[in-house]
Design a protein around this ligand. Structure first.
Ligand code: AGP
Length: 604
């Protein structure tokens, strides 16, 4: 997820662009850049690291330019660096991009065939080259852009400058957000409302497939077939704080609702057109006899789900362990062990130290992380990045489900090369994976049902979360979510463990959240719920759509769509995230920055 800005009008653009990027820094902050049109041509100033590193560079090159674009980056392809920072230029074209080009390898090879050399590792630069190539063929800017977009597969929000067209900007949108603010003989372009609001509240939301051509006193919109279309301006009533959260009350809620997009971005560029998983440069060495997952907190729970996925699919033994335990117990590790570390931040001290310990013992290391070039990926042999964008809420949500998607892809990939699944099973698994974002959307559209349920339990003094199989880690994660943002005690347990102690807790005061989806654990879990009900316990059940049996025995019920059992955790985690969120919001705790916690635990 990155932040894009643009301006054309009667005012100087540099400060307007910089201020706009400041309002979008929550969308990405590993590098930044601004390009602006001067009589001598297009100038570009870029920097690695925080946006503030750009300020002194801009001050050194004052400009009266009134037309420019800017970008603050969250790296997906290509490490954070000046070369990979946007804007990117090819010939007359300079542009910024938010999104992921799925077929960039194929297009990159085409460019090599045209003896076009790339100056960055990004997928974005490829777009600039193809538009420039089309311009060189004599096409109009609109046709050059349109024909290029027909070549690429993926998601984009683009703002484009063309040398020789002073004060004009072209924009294009497909699934990544892009909005245009209309002022007095001036237009503001941005990924999100916060960057526009200080200058105007009249906002036009571009639609998927749109191309826009903007000059200070005119704007035209074209659809995917280059037919002129009208896009109506709306007046935004938000205040500044609400705007930064995209209209959501908290970053955590926004990030819960971003999960469909995060899964799409994490998965789409890794499933090739021929239906194979291409996990970047990772190859599973045939001498690997065991996978040892190490992580902390929520990332540890995604590792527990990963164990079910990888063992079921690839038939490789998987052990999952807290990093803080692993690093001190002299583990039995050697070159036949693949250490799989999971860390949203890529900076967690215990996990970083555990990976270093494992490397010393000769293990191969693969990391799953959400922050490109963070410390853990930097010391790992391989990394599979989640493309969830910056996760601002301390309680991890979108990064967790993106980790599950990454683990599932590793499981399918390993099973495919080890021949432990048929081609038909692989295709079915990938088909189900691709359908997860739509099923997540369906769940999120019912979120008000969870809000109603949450309100009934805000005075509870404790919760029990129970489930079986690959949903057991979701019971643990649901309990952690509630604990860390509402400060209410909660405990996750395998449902089969009830009779070994926890059932003594059951009474009318202790709500039991249970994931009881239609899989091969269903009947056993239903028996556990009967035991709870027989003792007067209140049951908040998460079941499969249409399951009326569970409706009969639960106090409150939320249904999730059916999917492959191994993918269920990507769906069942959403209701438990929302339950924790709404209970906490009703209680008035600081949801985004809960007491005593930090987003990244970089100390032991
Ligand atoms: C998750 O909601 C918590 N904030 C915490 O448990 C977190 O998952 C843990 O600190 C690990 O962080 P990492 O994924 O960045 O390594």
């Amino acid at each position: 997820m990155c932040g894009i800005v643009g301006y054309t009008g009667n005012n100087k653009c540099i400060n307007l662009l910089y201020d706009g990027l400041e309002k979008l820094e929550y969308r990405g902050y590993d590098s930044a850049g601004i390009s602006f049109i001067e009589p001598s041509g297009i100038k570009t100033i870029k920097t690695q690291g925080k946006l503030s590193n750009l300020k002194p560079l801009l001050e050194k090159t004052p400009s009266g330019s009134s037309c420019g674009i800017g970008h603050t980056r969250w790296a997906t392809h290509g490490k954070p660096s000046v070369e990979n920072a946007h804007p990117h230029t090819s010939g007359k074209i300079t542009l910024v991009h938010n999104g992921i080009i799925e077929n960039y390898s194929e297009l990159k090879n085409q460019l090599a065939g045209m003896s076009r050399t790339l100056s960055s590792e990004t997928d974005t630069e490829i777009i600039a080259h193809f538009i420039d190539i089309n311009l060189e063929k004599g096409k109009t800017p609109l046709d050059a852009i349109h024909d290029t977009l027909n070549l690429i597969r993926g998601t984009w929000a683009l703002a484009i400058l063309i040398d020789g067209y002073p004060d004009q900007i072209w924009c294009a949108k497909n699934q990544s957000p892009l909005i245009i603010g209309a002022g007095e003989d001036e237009y503001f372009i941005a990924s999100d409302i916060p960057a526009i609001m200080p200058n105007t509240r009249n906002v036009i939301f571009m639609e998927d497939g749109d191309i826009a051509h903007i000059a200070p006193t005119e704007i035209s919109f074209y659809d995917i077939h280059l037919k002129t279309v009208r896009r109506v301006s709306q007046t935004i009533q938000w205040n500044g704080v609400t705007a930064e959260k995209g209209g959501y009350r908290h970053f955590m809620l926004k990030e819960i609702f971003e999960q469909p997009r995060c899964i799409l971005d994490t998965v789409s560029s890794r499933i090739s057109a021929s239906g194979n998983i291409t996990p970047e440069n990772f190859t599973l060495d045939e001498k690997i006899k065991k996978i040892h997952i190490i992580a902390c907190g929520t990332s540890y729970y995604s590792g527990l789900v990963g164990k079910y996925m990888i063992e079921e699919l690839a038939r490789i033994p998987v052990e999952v362990e807290f990093s803080s335990e692993f690093r001190y117990r002299n583990p039995i590790i050697d070159s036949s062990t693949l250490i799989l570390s999971i860390s949203q931040s890529g900076e967690t001290a215990d996990t970083l130290a555990a990976v270093k310990e494992a490397k010393k013992l000769g293990a191969q290391t693969l990391s799953i992380s959400n922050v490109i070039n963070s410390q853990i990926p930097r010391i790992s042999d391989y990394t599979l990045y989640t493309h969830a964008g910056p996760e601002i809420g301390v309680a991890s949500t979108k990064a967790f489900s993106s980790q599950l998607a990454a683990l599932f892809m590793i499981g399918v990939y390993a099973a495919d090369i080890r021949g432990t699944i048929t081609a038909e099973r692989k295709n079915q698994l990938l088909y189900d994976l691709k359908n997860i974002p739509a099923k997540m959307h369906h769940i999120l559209e019912q979120s008000s049902q969870i809000k109603v349920i949450a309100r009934r339990y805000i005075h509870s003094h404790g919760f029990l979360y129970i489930a079986r199989g690959m949903n057991y880690p979701i019971a643990l994660e649901g309990a952690l979510k509630l604990k860390e943002i509402s400060y209410i005690h909660a405990e996750g347990y395998p449902a089969g463990e009830m009779k070994h102690g926890p059932i003594a807790l059951i009474d009318e005061e202790l709500p039991v959240v249970s994931i009881v989806t239609r899989n091969n654990y269903y009947n056993k879990t239903m028996n556990n719920l009967e035991e709870v009900r027989a003792r007067g316990g209140k049951i908040i059940a998460i079941a499969t759509t249409g399951d009326m049996e569970t409706a009969d025995i639960s106090t409150d019920l939320f249904m999730v769509p059916e999917t492959d059992p191994l993918l269920e955790p990507l769906l069942t985690v959403i209701p438990v995230q929302l339950l924790a969120y709404f209970i906490s919001d009703f209680k008035g705790t600081d949801v985004d920055q809960p007491r005593n916690l930090a987003k990244s635990v970089t100390v032991e």
